[in-house]
Design a protein around this ligand. Structure first.
Ligand SMILES: [Zn+2]
Length: 362
């Protein structure tokens, strides 16, 4: 299906990851409308929504259909969407599945990607499943366990000296000659994230929660939920949209700074190391779209400090939720979320994005 630049309107090639004219973000001209009758009820993966996806399935690892459970932790009631239960242990398997299936359909045999974390593992695994060679650019200083996981899934490591940005620049150079399987940029990745909202709607008995709280780095998960519920609303299947909340570490909070300034985009942020290492992003790709959805739904962006992230991680683990610290920022922010909503009775969903088993032994 046709994609186009959201900034200048230029039509894109199916292998483009951003606009070749202005560098803008790409999105689909038209997506299939959500149709409740088109849900394949005997398919227990995100491909039960195949009729709503602009991608043809060639291979699946059983991604999606993650558990939704209700909890009371330290007196705070919330619903957990357990995205860490996906095949490689993170929500990125949704987008990696749709992105790599799309690239395979285009005849791609080799991709590059830059991530030492959840995205690197997800891209390596789905590339392997589809017979695609994946070269994953990581900082040479990345944790040995993270590098080992990418290799275990069949990815080839390209270690780059320097910081996080150095490996991105090296990958973008390689992307001039090899398709870039970018979890941050590609529309065929983001569209897979919308299925999380469809699942929640089914799991709650064809309703939306009052609010959705996600960690935000580039913003793909936040937008997946926001645009997924928007599709359900457009189809007349929910009465109102959930209030969308973006949570970041105080050490890496470009969205919080933008929200507090009532700005429509983010400014470069002086990022610092944080326990929530999955959302360290200086220049978020989807800044404008995230802030637009945040304001439109009456939401907010909140920061949480390191002490709160550590306490939230331990609290979730003690209640059987093996979420990584990057996910735990959502629970840490709940006092701010309920204060913003003005009621403790609201049905609030926390997106638990990544599996803390990846952190064992650190
Ligand atoms: Zn453009």
């Amino acid at each position: 299906m046709l994609t186009r630049c959201t900034t200048c309107g230029r039509e894109a090639h199916p292998l483009d990851w951003r606009c070749t004219a202005c560098g803008g973000v790409l999105w689909y001209d038209v997506l299939p409308a959500f149709d409740a009758h088109a849900v394949q009820k005997d398919e227990f993966s995100l491909w039960r929504y195949a009729r709503m996806l602009p991608v043809t399935r060639r291979a699946t690892l059983g991604e999606g259909m993650t558990a939704l459970s209700e909890h009371r932790v330290n007196g705070v009631r919330f619903w957990a969407k357990q995205e860490y239960r996906n095949p490689t242990g993170s929500y990125k398997d949704r987008g990696a599945a749709t992105m790599l299936n799309h690239l395979a359909t285009q005849g791609v045999r080799e991709v590059v990607e830059d991530s030492s974390g959840n995205a690197g593992a997800a891209v390596a695994a789905y590339a392997s499943a589809l017979g695609i060679r994946a070269r994953v650019f990581v900082p040479a200083t990345a944790a040995p366990a993270k590098k080992a996981l990418i290799q275990a899934f069949g990815g080839e490591l390209v270690e780059v000296a320097g910081d996080q940005h150095a490996k991105t620049l090296a990958c973008e150079e390689a992307a001039k000659t090899t398709p870039y399987a970018s979890h941050a940029w590609r529309p065929d990745f983001l569209v897979g994230q919308m299925t999380a909202a469809y699942e929640v709607w089914e799991q709650l008995g064809r309703r939306a929660p009052d609010a959705v709280v996600t960690p935000v780095g580039h913003g793909a998960m936040f937008l997946g939920f926001a645009w997924g519920f928007q599709a359900l609303h457009t189809a007349g299947l929910i009465d109102s949209l959930p209030v969308m909340f973006a949570v970041q570490s105080a050490r890496n909070a470009p969205f919080v700074a933008a929200y507090q300034a009532h700005a429509t985009t983010t400014q470069p942020f002086d990022t610092q190391p944080t326990l929530a290492d999955g959302i360290i992003v200086k220049l978020p790709v989807h800044a404008k779209s995230v802030l637009e959805r945040l304001y439109a739904t009456g939401g907010a962006a909140f920061a949480v400090d390191e002490e709160a992230i550590a306490a939230a991680t331990h609290a979730l683990h003690r209640h059987g939720l093996i979420a990584e610290p990057t996910s735990a920022v959502t629970f840490a922010a709940l006092p701010q979320v309920f204060a913003h909503l003005g009621t403790s009775a609201a049905q609030v969903l926390c997106a638990l994005t990544g599996n803390a088993l990846k952190y064992v032994g650190r």
